[in-house]
Design a protein around this ligand. Structure first.
Ligand code: SAM
Length: 300
């Protein structure tokens, strides 16, 4: 997988040379290049921002600098597109586009879609975009080329994602949570780590990503984990985990995952497909107060 990152602080991404992502780069599984957006400026101050049109606090990232950079990295020629300047960027991109394009909202609804491997995916972190999820990470782990653009200041000019959607580029905007960071660098690191650890050969033990929180069709939170000693400072691990009975251990862990998810993320229980639950799952959920006779569990 080829990964390009554009930022005004490319040094921030030196940390990606550490740990498993560093090893994945050494093995040739991923090739990460961090570019400095200022390399595409032409003025003496290397400015990438300007005052907001309409007034207001702060500065906004200029579209001209971004487009010179992105055109080069995406091998596109500069052109002019016809867009309604009053329309909302995400929701109207495909209507405005010279070619059919997908909005971030449409993509979130079709998160199982595998990106076409022959075209790059352009990703902008944005606190007002749909939340980045494990499903998005799984989907993007199938792409050949990801290009991340890190916003700073008050953010990037809203026409940038619209323009590239209109060019037929697969453009995504994602938030990593309901809070505001200083820049997109942290958000890109979060998304990158979630995506790349799903690449075949990335993890030493591939099994460790199969049964994780938020993973798979009927996603739950993972059961609690323990290691030795079995009795630590007066707190014992559950006896069944020491029994050596694998079937019992599996059932205990599954029930614990259901109970923990019920307590902390009942929305994930509500999203379960009842037809994929076994008899023991249904019994556990019923004991936790769920009705499991319909398509999805319903709280009694
Ligand atoms: N003025 C923007 C707002 O109120 O929504 C915040 C801009 S923020 C200071 C600058 C940049 O940081 C954003 O353009 C985005 O790239 C990144 N960023 C900040 N918070 C983020 C979040 N929760 N998720 C993803 N990216 C974020």
């Amino acid at each position: 997988m080829k990964i390009d990152i554009v930022s005004v602080f490319p040094e921030y991404f030196e940390v990606l040379n550490l740990s498993l992502l560093g090893k994945a780069q050494e093995k040739g599984l991923v090739e990460v290049t961090a570019h400095n957006l200022r390399d595409w400026t032409h003025d003496v101050h290397h400015s990438v921002d300007d005052t907001p049109v309409g007034g207001g606090a702060g500065m906004v990232m200029k579209p001209e600098v971004w487009s010179e950079c992105l055109d080069e990295l995406l091998h596109l020629e500069p052109t002019t597109v016809t867009c309604d300047s009053t329309a909302d960027a995400d929701d109207t991109a495909s209507a405005d586009a010279a070619e059919p394009a997908e909005s971030a909202t449409e993509i979130a609804a079709n998160a199982d879609t595998v990106p076409a491997t022959d075209r790059p995916v352009l990703i902008f972190p944005n606190p007002s975009a749909p939340l980045f999820t494990q499903q998005d990470a799984t989907e993007l782990s199938h792409a050949d080329h990801l290009l991340f653009g890190c916003g700073r200041y008050e953010g990037y000019d809203a026409r940038i994602p619209r323009y590239y959607r209109a060019q037929g580029v697969d453009v995504r905007e994602y938030s990593i949570g309901d809070y505001v960071l200083n820049g997109g660098e942290v958000a890109v690191s979060v998304m990158l780590e979630a995506i790349t650890r799903l690449l075949p050969g990335f993890m030493g033990n591939a099994a460790s990503i199969v049964e994780e929180s938020y993973t798979g069709e009927n996603a739950l939170l993972e059961h609690r984990q323990y290691t030795k000693p079995a009795d630590w400072r007066g707190i014992k691990v559950p006896d069944v985990l020491l029994s050596g009975d694998h079937a019992k251990v599996d059932r205990f862990r599954r029930d614990e995952a259901l109970a923990k998810t019920n307590e902390l993320r009942p929305d994930l229980i509500e999203a379960l497909d009842c037809s994929k639950l076994d008899k023991a799952d249904r019994k556990t959920l019923m004991a936790l107060g769920w009705e499991v006779s319909g398509a999805h569990p319903r709280q009694r």
